[in-house]
Design a protein around this ligand. Structure first.
Ligand code: PGA
Length: 248
C-alpha cells in the first residue's frame, strides 16, 4: 500500500515571518490528515519552519541541493546542511531548475545519489514541455528523465525516493492534465520502474502529480490508480487550498 504524499513547493515565496505563519496555518488546517504532508520553504526559512512544525504531523522538505559535501561552492547548500536543519525530503530536478538553472539528467542523478547518501528522501521531478507533448514525445522524455535520474541507484535506494510527474505546460498555468492524461504518464513511469528494478519495487514507489493541482481537481486526480499524491505550487501558499488537497 502506497501512502499518499502531498508536498507544498513554496518556490521563491514568503519571507521568514510569512513562512512561519503559513507553516502554522498548514499544521492547523491539515491536522488529522491521512496523507503524509510536507512543506518545502526556501533555504532561509527552513529552520524557522522546522521549529514552527516541530511535534506536528507535517514534515520539512527543501527545494534543491548541491551534490558536493563541502567546500568552495559559493551559493550552494549541501545534503548534510539540509539534514542538520531537519529536512526530510528534497525536491530534485524541478522543471524550473531544468529551464532556468542548467539542471540536466546528470546533475539530477548526482543530487539524488548525494541526497540518498545523506539520508534525505529525494522527490525526483520529471515531465515534458508542451512542444514535447505536441510532438508525441511525452513517453520518450519521461523515460529519459527517469532513466537519467535513477542511473546507478539500487532498488533499495529507489524505494526511498518519490517521483513527481509534472507536465511543464501545467505548472503555474492553471492548465491541469486530465486525470486520464496524468494516469497514462504515471503508468508509463511505473512500467519503467518495473523494468529497471522489479514489480514489487515499482509497486511501492510513490508517484505524485504536479501542475495546477487544486482542491477542485485533486480528488479526481488522486483517484487514479497510479497517482499517489501531489506536488503543489500555487495552491500550497494558502492553508485552506492546501488543506483541500491534503484531505482529498
Ligand atoms: P503549480 O506548481 O501547482 O503552481 O502548478 C507545481 C510545481 O511546480 O511543483
Amino acid at each position: 500500500m502506497r501512502r499518499t504524499i502531498v508536498a507544498g513547493n513554496w518556490k521563491m515565496n514568503k519571507t521568514v515571518d510569512e513562512a512561519v505563519s503559513l507553516a502554522k496555518g498548514v499544521v492547523a488546517a491539515t491536522a488529522g490528515a491521512e496523507a503524509e504532508t510536507v512543506v518545502c520553504p526556501a533555504y532561509p526559512c527552513l529552520v524557522p519552519v522546522r521549529d514552527a512544525i516541530a511535534g506536528s504531523h507535517v514534515l520539512l522538505g527543501a527545494q534543491d541541493v548541491y551534490w558536493e559535501a563541502r567546500g568552495a561552492y559559493t551559493g550552494k547548500v549541501s545534503c548534510e546542511m539540509l539534514a542538520s536543519a531537519g529536512v526530510v525530503y528534497v525536491i530534485i530536478g524541478h522543471s524550473e531548475q531544468r529551464q532556468y538553472f542548467h539542471e540536466t539528467n546528470e546533475t539530477v542523478n548526482r543530487k539524488v545519489k548525494a541526497a540518498l547518501g545523506a539520508g534525505l528522501k529525494p522527490i525526483v521531478c520529471v515531465g515534458e514541455t508542451l512542444d514535447e507533448r505536441e510532438a508525441g514525445r511525452t513517453e520518450a522524455v519521461v523515460e529519459d528523465h527517469v532513466t537519467g535520474a535513477y542511473a546507478g541507484i539500487s532498488a533499495e535506494e529507489a524505494l526511498r525516493t518519490v517521483i513527481a510527474y509534472e507536465p511543464v505546460w501545467a505548472i503555474g498555468t492553471g492548465k491541469t492534465a486530465t486525470p486520464e492524461m496524468a494516469q497514462e504518464a504515471h503508468a508509463v513511469i511505473r512500467g519503467l520502474l518495473g523494468r529497471a528494478y522489479d514489480a514489487p519495487t515499482a509497486d511501492a514507489i510513490r508517484i505524485q502529480y504536479g501542475g495546477s493541482m487544486k482542491p477542485g481537481n485533486a480528488r479526481e486526480l488522486l483517484a487514479q490508480p497510479d497517482i499517489d499524491g501531489g506536488l503543489i505550487g500555487g495552491a500550497s501558499l494558502k492553508p485552506d487550498d492546501f488543506k483541500g488537497i491534503v484531505l482529498a
